[in-house]
Structures are given as structure tokens and as C-alpha cells.
Design a binder for this molecule. Structure first.
Ligand code: ADP
Ligand code: MG
Length: 139
């Protein structure tokens, strides 16, 4: 099933450096509508739960530390072809390989501290969005 929603979060490095507004502006200018938004500070355990799919990867512990190092801004976004178009907007995981003009090219510092998340499938967009917003009415 294809949906028109994706899940994103502005990560601790970008929030701490004051890029939240600039990043949301790029997202809206690219045609995405913000359906749900908040600011939260995860515990390491909550970050570990969110990234459980990566628990066998060598960077998992560092990733959990990084993602709980400061506040993040989770959002649900809406647009036609949302998942794929948002992955294009944010660029490659490693900013050194991200295309010019992408959010990671503009704001990411490293392959770990890469400014922003984007779901990789409709199924994961639903799971990840529910992780932060389940039970809350979305507009
Ligand atoms: P993406 O966020 O582009 O979907 P992945 O799902 O592969 O990338 O990885 C999840 C997150 O884990 C990345 O966004 C990044 O913060 C971190 N990460 C990925 N690969 C590495 C790596 N080789 N070293 C350190 N951190 C990494
Ligand atoms: Mg991923």
C-alpha cells in the first residue's frame, strides 16, 4: 500500500545549532505539509527502541547516545509520493555523498550527525510516526 505520508525528525545536532526553522522552511518549500510536530528529548533507551532495527550494526550504541544527546523535532509530513520525495530532499546518509542543495548537504556534519531522518518505506513511516504521535489527533 502506498500512502502520502512520511515521518521525519530533525536530529540533535541540527536542533542545537538553531537550524530547525531553516530546515522546516525547506521542507515546506518542497511541497510537504506538516501534519504533526513536537520537540522531545529521548532517553538512550527510547532512542534504542526507535532504532531497534539497527541493533546489530556497529554504530548502534553511538547512534543511541547521539540521538539522546539533546532535543529532536519529530514530524509527520504529507505530500504525493512523500517517502521517496523526502529521501531525495534530505540526500544521502553520508553528507560527503549528498547531492548539492539537499538538507544533509547543507546542515549535516558527519555520517552519524546527519541533521535529519527520513523513513525508508510507507510501512516504516507509519510505525515511526506512531512511535511519537500514536493516539494524538493529526491534522
Ligand atoms: P538513513 O538515516 O539515511 O536511512 P540508516 O538507516 O542506514 O541511514 O542509518 C540510520 C542512522 O544511523 C543514520 O542516519 C546515521 O545517523 C547513523 N549511521 C548510519 N550509518 C552510520 C555509520 N556508518 N557510522 C555512524 N553512524 C551511522
Ligand atoms: Mg534509515
Amino acid at each position: 500500500m502506498t500512502t502520502n505520508r512520511t515521518y521525519t525528525m530533525i536530529k540533535p545536532d541540527a536542533v542545537a545549532e538553531g537550524h530547525t526553522g531553516a530546515i522546516i522552511k525547506l521542507i515546506e518549500e518542497a511541497g510537504f505539509r506538516v501534519v504533526a510536530i513536537k520537540k522531545v528529548h529521548l532517553t538512550p533507551a527510547q532512542a534504542g527502541q526507535f532504532y531497534a532495527v539497527h541493533q546489530e550494526r556497529p554504530f548502534y550504541n553511538d547512534l543511541c547516545k547521539y540521538m539522546s544527546s539533546g532535543p529532536i523535532v519529530p514530524m509527520i509530513l504529507e505530500k504525493d509520493n512523500a517517502v521517496a520525495d523526502f529521501r531525495t530532499l534530505i540526500g544521502a546518509t553520508n553528507p560527503a555523498q549528498a547531492a548539492e542543495g539537499t538538507i544533509r548537504k547543507l546542515f549535516a556534519k558527519s555520517i552519524e550527525s546527519n541533521a535529519i531522518h527520513g523513513s525508508d518505506s510507507d510501512e516504516n513511516a507509519k510505525i515511526e510516526g506512531d512511535f511519537f504521535f500514536a493516539g494524538i489527533e493529526q491534522f
